[in-house]
Each structure stands twice: as C-alpha cells, then as structure tokens.
Design a protein around this ligand. Structure first.
Ligand code: ADP
Ligand code: MG
Length: 234
C-alpha cells in the first residue's frame, strides 16, 4: 500500500512539466487575471483603450474551456491549444502576441513526454523571439517584451546556477515584475500607447503587467503539485 508523503515533503517533490503542469498553469493564470482584471483595464484606460483586463480574462476562460474539452494532450500540444484559444478569443494586439507565445512553446518544446526545465526555458526564449518578430518591439519600448525578456533571462540564469524550476521561476517572476514596473517612466514606442507620445509616460504598461502574471502563474504551477480533488488532474 502506498504511504502518503508527509506534507513537508510534498513541496520538495521535483515538479515535472507535464500535462498536469499545463492545466495548473492555465487555471492559475485564469485566477490571477480575473483578480487583476479591473487593474489591467485601468492601466489600459490610461494609455490605451481600456480593454486589456477583459481581453485577457476572455482569452483565459476560453483556454480553460478548451483544456477541459481535451484533457489528455501532451505538454507541447497543450500549450499550442492555449495559443489557439487566445488568438481566437482575444483579438486586438495582445491576442496574436500572447497567442504567439504559447503557439511557439507548442512548436518548440519536445513533442512527447515530460519536458525538462532547461528545454522549457529554451522554449520561452524562442517565444520571446517570436513575439519580437511579430511586434518588432525591443526592451524599453514599453510593451510586454519589457517583462518577458528579463523574466526569461533570469529563468535561464537561475537554472544555470542549479536552482530547481520552482526557485528559478520565483526569481523570474520578480524579474518580470521589476520589468513591468520599470515601464512606468518610459514613452511607448509600439502599440496603441505609442500614439500618445509623451503622454504615455508615467503609466505602467498593461501588457508588461499581465506578462508578469504569466510568470507568477508558471511559478504557481511549479510549486503546487495539485491534488486528486482537482477534476482536471488525472
Ligand atoms: P489593444 O492594444 O489592441 O487594445 P490590449 O489592450 O489587449 O490590445 O494589449 C495592449 C498591450 O499589448 C500593450 O500594453 C503592450 O504590452 C502590448 N503590445 C502592443 N503592441 C505591441 C508590440 N508591437 N509588441 C509587443 N507588445 C505589444
Ligand atoms: Mg487595449
């Protein structure tokens, strides 16, 4: 008979990036975006068209429904499905951009079995490149790239120093959040906010802010192995 692990040891179990990880991530991001919907929309009201919060929650609700309909895809196909859901449900600038992030993970991660932390970081690096190819933004243009780039760099650095995935994603989340905060004084050079010119200064970028939540949700997926009570977990 299997002996259940002590609670103190459960948190130390190495996290596998598998289908259940993708499910935990999508749920965690859906929760975070729902909590932050008003905040993200207010940020977008200041320098955009006041729809970023609702865009993101609409996209993530669609991704949750899609995952529930097809619960047993692998990691790469799971992320690809998230990308399709976001592109279909969001529209605007952030739909194709976030869609590209997850579609690129779906294309570049190993297609079978669990994914190791370094392969995942490499997939995120590819996703950043793909967003930059699509949107032509560099760090400092006051976009989601300002959060994703430092997040990916910190993830790679921490994994390189031997941190486990959860610790590395914790540090990556702080780096992404720092990147989002650092957009406040910048003048937007890409997207709708760039039309405001100097008036875009003094406001935090909504897309960079939601990107920090993406890292936070990845961190949550890497720290909570999940329970059998979750109907989505195998
Ligand atoms: P829209 O601008 O179409 O209303 P959203 O409000 O959902 O779309 O998303 C706006 C966010 O998209 C911005 O805050 C910015 O972070 C991001 N964004 C816009 N254009 C670009 C771009 N060219 N490259 C990267 N990110 C961009
Ligand atoms: Mg908008």
């Amino acid at each position: 008979m299997a002996v259940p692990a002590e609670p103190s040891k459960v948190s130390k179990v190495a996290i596998t990036i598998d289908h259940a990880f993708v499910v935990r991530f999508v749920h965690a991001l859906d929760e975070r975006l729902t909590d932050a919907e008003t905040y993200l929309t207010e940020l977008d009201a200041a320098i955009g068209d006041a729809d970023h919060g609702t865009n993101m929650t609409r996209g993530l609700h669609a991704a949750v429904i899609d995952l529930e309909a097809a619960p047993d895809r692998g990691v790469a196909a799971g992320f690809a499905g998230v990308g399709r859901s976001l592109i279909r449900a969001i529209g605007g600038a952030s739909g194709p951009l976030y869609g590209t992030v997850f579609a690129t993970l779906g294309r570049t991660l190993p297609q079978d079995g669990a994914v190791d932390a370094r392969a995942f970081a490499a997939g995120l690096r590819e996703a950043l490149h793909a967003v930059q190819r699509l949107g032509a933004a560099v760090v400092g243009d006051k976009t989601m790239v300002d959060a994703i780039a430092p997040g990916v760099t910190e993830l790679e650095r921490r994994l390189g120093h031997g941190d486990d995935l959860a610790a590395a994603l914790d540090a990556a989340t702080r780096a992404a959040r720092g990147g989002a905060k650092a957009t406040t004084p910048l003048r937007a050079r890409k997207g709708r906010a760039s039309y405001l010119g100097v008036r875009s200064e003094g406001h935090q970028d909504p897309g960079a802010s939601s990107s920090a939540l993406v890292f936070d949700a990845l961190h949550a997926a890497a720290t909570s192995p999940g329970t059998a009570a979750d109907p989505l977990l195998p």
